[in-house]
Design a protein around this ligand. Sequence first.
Ligand code: NDP
Ligand code: MG
Length: 388
Amino acid sequence: MRRVSIFGATGSIGQNTIDLIKRAPDDYDVVALSGARNIAQLAKDARDLRAEVAITADATLLPELRDALAGCDVEAAAGPEALVEAAARPADWVMSAIIGAAGLAPGLKALEQGASLALANKESMVCAGALVKASASQHGGRVLPVDSEHSAVFQGLIGEDMAAVERIIITASGGAFRDWPMEKLASATPAQAATHPNWDMGQRITIDSASMFNKALEVIETREFFDVNPDVIEVLVHPQSMIHALVGFNDGALMAHVGPPDMRHAIGFALHWPERRKLPVERLDLAALSQLTFRAPDETRWPALRLAREVMAGGGHTGAVFNAAKERALDHFIAQHIGFMQMAEVVEEVLSRLSDQSCLTNAEMTLDSVLAMDHLARNTADAVIAEL
Ligand code: NDP
Ligand code: MG
């Protein structure tokens, strides 16, 4: 029996992970499941999977969680400290699928206790890649990518020599506004941005797909995950979302990972790694698909891609500033305080205001320094938005 925990169990990635676990319940001993506001789902899955503990990140919801778990053996806990405490419970495999920088501390704690960390929470790599990698190597854990592009690159690199890698190309669907005229983008609403042409994901990452902030985070995540020079990384718009990434080698070969847009492939690959096992994803009929198309991204439409390169050049805590400013700008866009294109303006301004402080080196990075920079960047974003 493998001991597994799922942080962010009530979300889109978490539910797909639970779908796979529920198909083979005898193979897994579920330690911790976490959620935030969706107490009914959290309690249902904790009961079904006989978890040791269920944690809501929202401390005010502890009484509701206790009620929902009444009469069964599952412990109830709440708040950010309880999340970290649960991540310290011994487990072989931990899914990190909380949304945002809030996923960093539980993920690091899971690595500290020696677990393999399946990392959907790309924000951890963007804000604190150096810490995540150091913790994994210090404690003998392994970080396994769950983001579909990074899983694809990881699979493309199996058995390969990194010195022969010339290019890593990650694809982007282009999101909800790929074909909108530029002049309409300023007035795009959160509801319009939250519809994705191919993937069924949480609201925040879907809006980040429309703005390409998601792809910008993934470019930085690629750099951190595979320790490659930023020049090696390219983004390609691929509306069908069938090829997730390509790896190019020094002999001119390009290895593409092709698969349906179903996150259970990448989650299942990380769950069973280093083996491959049968997964319940659609088998592609390429003849029926008939067409795969590609185009270069337009950085006027998607300024986040340009900002990603600035972040990689800045290094140190610049990723934490970028992510926190983006998270705040997104909150304000969802609340309709700022327009769609203003999100990138806000993030660029925060990067510029904090550039002196954010370039602390990786050697100076601690969880506290990252969280302090995250806090400062959120406040700076609020100040920038108040001045608009
Ligand atoms: P969702 O919004 O669907 O789910 C987020 C999860 O985090 C939920 O369990 C939610 O609880 C919980 N949560 C929300 N806020 C907090 C908080 N402050 N502290 C602790 N837990 C919190 O997100 P996704 O599943 O879409 O994404 C999760 C992560 O995976 C993100 O980092 C995303 O970038 C990444 N990812 C997602 C993909 C996808 O297909 N969805 C693809 C690739 C990467 P509740 O719902 O109970 O409030
Ligand atoms: Mg992705």
